[in-house]
Design a protein around this ligand. Structure first.
Ligand SMILES: Nc1ncnc2c1ncn2[C@@H]1O[C@H](COP(=O)(O)OP(=O)(O)OP(=O)(O)O)[C@@H](O)[C@H]1O
Ligand SMILES: NC(=O)c1ccc[n+]([C@@H]2O[C@H](CO)[C@@H](O)[C@H]2O)c1
Length: 209
């Protein structure tokens, strides 16, 4: 008998910290686990504000369709084993890769801007933050192609300052965060650190001891 049958876990952190890679690995290893990616809910460019430098303001909450994201989250909360009420399952991984009828359902939500958005903040049972320093985040980001592409100076002029503001807001709100995960760990080590911490806490939350 489970004390808690549904557990929602946040994997947040700066751009390119490794959130997507880590979440997909965790999904393969955790029982009854699905993943939602916040990046799937960006508004189209024509709905994103452009500042006086010509920078699209992508790294703020208004660039995301959070109502649509909350609809998917709430659909999982209502019925973690199916999404019959949604027209499409495209914004959530379709099926868990590990089944265990005696284990709770787990939802991993990964995204860069989640712990200052109150409707989502209150849904999490566990909140993780992946950190990487400025130089590493910038280096990794320079290997990626976003749509629209990052213009010169975008990382220093928009992405990183917005991240710092977000981190400060998390601190000032007093949001509870699990021990930070160091995203500069090699992928296997990072996975092991996260998996061990999450599985111990899921066991504790679901059994009530
Ligand atoms: N532990 C790691 N060590 C080194 N590089 C990593 C690690 N994890 C991911 N990467 C690399 O960093 C880049 C970003 O990874 P990933 O997409 O998982 O991060 P993210 O935090 O989801 O990024 P974004 O917020 O931009 O979507 C990729 O090029 C990936 O190969
Ligand atoms: N997915 C998108 O529409 C998009 C477009 C431009 C930039 N981004 C970046 O994604 C990161 C979060 O993963 C943010 O740092 C955005 O700048 C996303």
């Amino acid at each position: 008998m489970l004390v808690k049958e549904k557990i929602v876990i946040g994997i947040s952190g700066v751009t390119n910290a490794g959130k997507t890679s880590l979440s997909l690995r965790l999904q393969k290893a955790l029982p009854n686990c699905k993943v939602i990616h916040q990046d799937d809910f960006f508004k189209p460019p024509e709905e994103v504000v452009v500042d006086s430098n010509g920078f699209y303001q992508y790294d703020v909450i208004t660039a995301l369709n959070m109502d649509a994201m909350m609809n998917v989250v709430n659909a999982w909360i209502k019925d973690p084993s199916g999404f019959k009420e949604l027209p499409s399952e495209s914004h959530i991984t379709s099926q868990p890769l590990q089944y265990d009828p005696d284990a709770p359902h787990i939802l991993l939500i990964e995204g860069f801007l989640m712990y200052t958005y109150r409707p989502l903040l209150n849904v999490f049972d566990l909140r993780y933050l992946l950190t990487v320093p400025f130089d590493e985040a910038k280096r990794r980001r320079s290997t990626r192609v976003y749509c629209p592409e990052d213009p010169p100076g975008y990382f220093e002029g928009h992405v990183w300052p917005m991240y710092l503001e977000h981190k400060e807001e998390i601190r000032s709100l007093g949001v509870d965060i699990e021990p930070y995960l160091d995203g500069t760990n090699p992928p296997d080590e990072l996975f092991r650190l996260a998996y061990d911490d999450i599985s111990a806490k899921v066991r504790r939350l679901s059994s009530g001891v």
